[in-house]
Design a binder for this molecule. Structure first.
Ligand code: APR
Ligand code: ZN
Length: 243
């Protein structure tokens, strides 16, 4: 297998998707063929879905919170923790996953691009999002104790914008001029959802070396210089040479 060299001149941006959590037992999105209990995922993961039936949305996320509470990080997550320890502030992990497994594995320099399953915010006021593991299986809609409005999972839903602070943090890392060379590695993502899917084009504008690790060819595979087909839990632990 080709080797990814991580040395003192490397600045590494990693993008992960649901495939990295698949070996921990967390179902991927496209693997669910877009359905949950015969509801299209968009009906329970969108502002329109929440507007129409907030109780159904809370039932969906309560089930995902329960499912994700006891899954464990896998060797793919652990490899990324080692890479971060080796590179320090020349490492950044942008994840589309909301399962919190990177943090649980020990990753610290993480951008939760699509939010976090275990955080809740208010749909009706601007109170700070807060950590929350509570579940509402009967589908009750918890109320905000600041404004009495409806609480919602702090997830970036279809059609919603990503947090500008997150995009700025990624953009700063990509455009940083410190004499290091940028390497971009995407793992376990179908390249189907923007803006994450466009990151490979963004990094190419600064001449980055690009890698894709995925169990099958993705929508944007041809944008990557290196494509390593395989399971992230098996590929990532031996892919990088830390010098
Ligand atoms: N190792 C590597 N790749 C894997 C593995 C694995 N063990 N298992 C699955 N894959 C690949 C699949 O081939 C697929 O290309 O991971 C990819 C998962 O793609 P998706 O299910 O589309 O997940 P993701 O790309 O993260 O979806 C992006 O879409 O639904 C929205 O917001 C949601 O964050 C999600 C976004
Ligand atoms: Zn409120």
């Amino acid at each position: 297998m080709e080797q990814l060299v991580l040395d003192s001149r490397t600045r590494l941006l990693v993008l992960t998707g649901a495939g990295v959590s698949a070996e921990s037992g967390v179902p991927t999105f496209r693997g669910m063929n877009g359905l949950w209990e015969n509801h299209p995922v968009e009906a329970v993961a969108s502002p329109e879905g929440f507007q129409a039936d907030p109780a159904l949305v809370w039932r969906f996320y309560s089930q995902r919170r329960t499912g994700a509470a006891d899954v464990k990080p896998n060797p793919g997550h652990d490899a990324l923790v080692r890479w971060e320890a080796h590179l320090g502030d020349r490492f950044l992990l942008a994840t589309q996953n909301v399962d919190g497994l990177h943090a649980r594995a020990g990753s610290q320099r993480v951008v939760d691009m699509h939010g976090n399953l275990f955080r809740t915010k208010c749909a009706d006021c601007r109170r700070e999002p807060f950590d929350d593991t509570s579940v509402h299986p009967s589908g009750t809609v918890p109320k905000c104790d600041s404004c009495g409005g409806r609480l919602r999972p702090d997830i970036v839903w279809f059609g919603e914008m990503l947090a500008s602070a997150d995009l700025e943090r990624i953009g700063e890392f990509v455009s940083r001029k410190d004499g290091t060379r940028l390497v971009f590695l995407a793992a376990g993502t179908s390249g189907a959802v923007w803006p994450a899917a466009g990151l490979v084009d963004e990094v190419r504008t600064v001449g980055a070396e690009t890698w894709l690790v995925n169990s099958e060819s993705a929508a944007n595979t041809e944008r990557f210089q290196h494509f390593v087909q395989g399971l992230s839990g098996q590929v990532l632990p031996t892919l990088a040479k830390l010098v």
